[in-house]
Design a binder for this molecule. Structure first.
Ligand SMILES: Cc1ncc(COP(=O)(O)O)c(C=O)c1O
Ligand SMILES: N[C@@H](CCCC[NH3+])C(=O)O
Length: 424
């Protein structure tokens, strides 16, 4: 009887043997299920909507193809992400460029690739974009990122909609910015954008934000600016531990659309197209990371440290945000296994605890640990600290499994190093 942990119907121990560890495993089927939930929720409400997958969560050529195939749009935040989309032949009219400090080169790329939209983050950028578009004889569609002053209950470092934030234009300055934009001939402002933070489970702050933004749209309409699009950003949370609650997308979209319709009728505003930018929700639960257990060190009466062959290089989130993760010993899944509380540490030259005090079956060197829900912001935020090569990414679809990002090698690690002439 097969007792190994199955992820998306694949034997994770066999995957670890086949591709080595650490290994990011991503399920295309789960990505599609997650996106389908959002699509169905909007369709049920008969809404005019768009989904912009936030590529920062996990982006590579294969991911672009999945998003493209599902008819979903893509939000990118850098020239690198833009280039990835371009190389994947992603339909550029479905790409929008974000970023709080876009470079001239990135803006030029956006024009050259003829992308669908730029989300403008400051007055400086609006002028810069207009000037570069003028040089290129181009008119860019634009949404203005507003900082709506709503505080979401999430980690301080990933709250982005409060007034004291580097992101967006403070609510009170937006009308002046629109007034200023009247003379800018090479931009076409079609909507407003906001994003209040990430890993949010409670729908209330989103609904409050929608109200704030619709009232702003109404004021702007009175100033003579008719906007057709309201982008409410991403931020839908995912369960961290196996039994945690998940963000209820269906319920949220239902409440959102009824709130939007009610407010629009109260303030006599046409219902705008609603855009969301789910990054984590799309891929978070679609990924796990497989590690091999090495050193097991017991400090009597204090703690048992179980070290894995990865760490903050492949998952910096516990160190950065105190993020918590759940894990399963992939080759010991029987409930009859003797249990113990251990702390999972990484292999970096840091106290890089991945999971503090987790109950697991008694582990031994060579066991395979599957850390759950690592699909978002793990591969994307990985580094080469300690000159550790990044893991491979394997994609699962049905009963197929294939590498979509190859494992880095030591050659990759030194490939960009150059010696100055005086050392040659
Ligand atoms: C503007 C914007 N949109 C979308 C996202 C995606 O957020 P999440 O992955 O929480 O859905 C982010 C990141 O937090 C963001 O800054
Ligand atoms: N990188 C963050 C989410 C994105 C925040 C920036 N918009 C995380 O891992 O939770």
């Amino acid at each position: 009887m097969m007792t190994n942990y199955l992820f998306s119907n694949h034997d994770t121990v066999a995957l670890a043997e086949k591709y080595g560890t650490p290994l990011y495993v991503i399920s295309e089927d789960i990505i599609r299920e997650n996106l389908t939930k959002i699509i169905n929720a909007f369709t049920k409400q008969n809404a005019t909507y768009d989904i912009n997958y936030a590529g920062k969560a996990f982006l590579n050529l294969a991911m672009c193809n999945i998003i493209k195939d599902m008819g979903v749009s893509l939000d990118v935040v850098s020239g690198g992400e833009l280039y990835t989309a371009y190389m994947a032949s992603f339909p550029m009219e479905r790409v929008c460029l974000h970023g709080s400090n876009k470079t001239v080169e990135e803006i030029k790329m956006a024009i050259e690739y003829n992308i669908g939209k730029v989300i403008v983050d400051s007055k400086y950028e609006l002028e810069l974009l207009n000037a570069i578009c003028e040089e290129h004889n181009h008119v860019m569609r634009v949404s203005i990122r507003v900082s709506p002053g709503v505080e979401a209950h999430t980690h301080e470092f990933i709250q982005t909609g409060k007034i004291d934030s580097k992101f967006g234009i403070p609510l009170k300055q937006v009308r002046d910015l629109f007034d200023f934009s009247k003379d800018l001939k090479n931009i076409n402002i079609i909507g407003l954008h906001c994003h209040i933070g990430s890993q949010i489970i409670d729908e209330e702050p989103f609904l409050v934000t929608a109200e704030v933004m619709l009232n702003l749209m109404k004021e702007l309409k009175e100033d003579g600016f008719s906007l057709t699009e309201l982008n409410l950003g991403g931020g839908f949370g995912i369960p961290q531990m196996r039994h945690d609650a998940s963000f209820n997308v269906d319920q949220y979209i239902e409440k959102l659309m009824s709130t939007v319709r009610r407010i629009c009728s109260e303030i006599q505003l046409e219902v705008p197209k609603i855009v969301v930018e789910p990054g984590r929700y799309t891929v978070g639960t679609a990924g796990i990371t497989l590690y091999k257990i090495g050193t097991v060190k017991e400090i009597p009466e204090i703690r048992k440290y179980v070290s894995v062959d990865g760490g903050m290089t492949d998952n910096p989130r516990p160190a950065l945000y105190g993020a918590v993760y759940d894990a399963i010993v992939a080759n010991k899944t029987l409930v009859s296994e003797e249990q113990e509380i251990v702390t999972i540490s990484g292999r970096c030259c840091e106290s890089d605890t991945l999971i503090k005090d987790i109950q697991l079956p008694k582990v031994e060197p060579g066991d395979i640990l599957a850390v759950l829900n690592t699909g978002a912001y793990n591969y994307a935020m990985s580094s080469n600290y300690n000159k550790i090569p990044r893991p491979a990414v394997v994609l699962l679809r049905g009963d197929e499994d294939e590498i979509i990002v190859r494992r880095e090698t030591y050659e990759d690690i030194v490939a960009k190093d150059m010696l100055p002439s005086w050392q040659k």
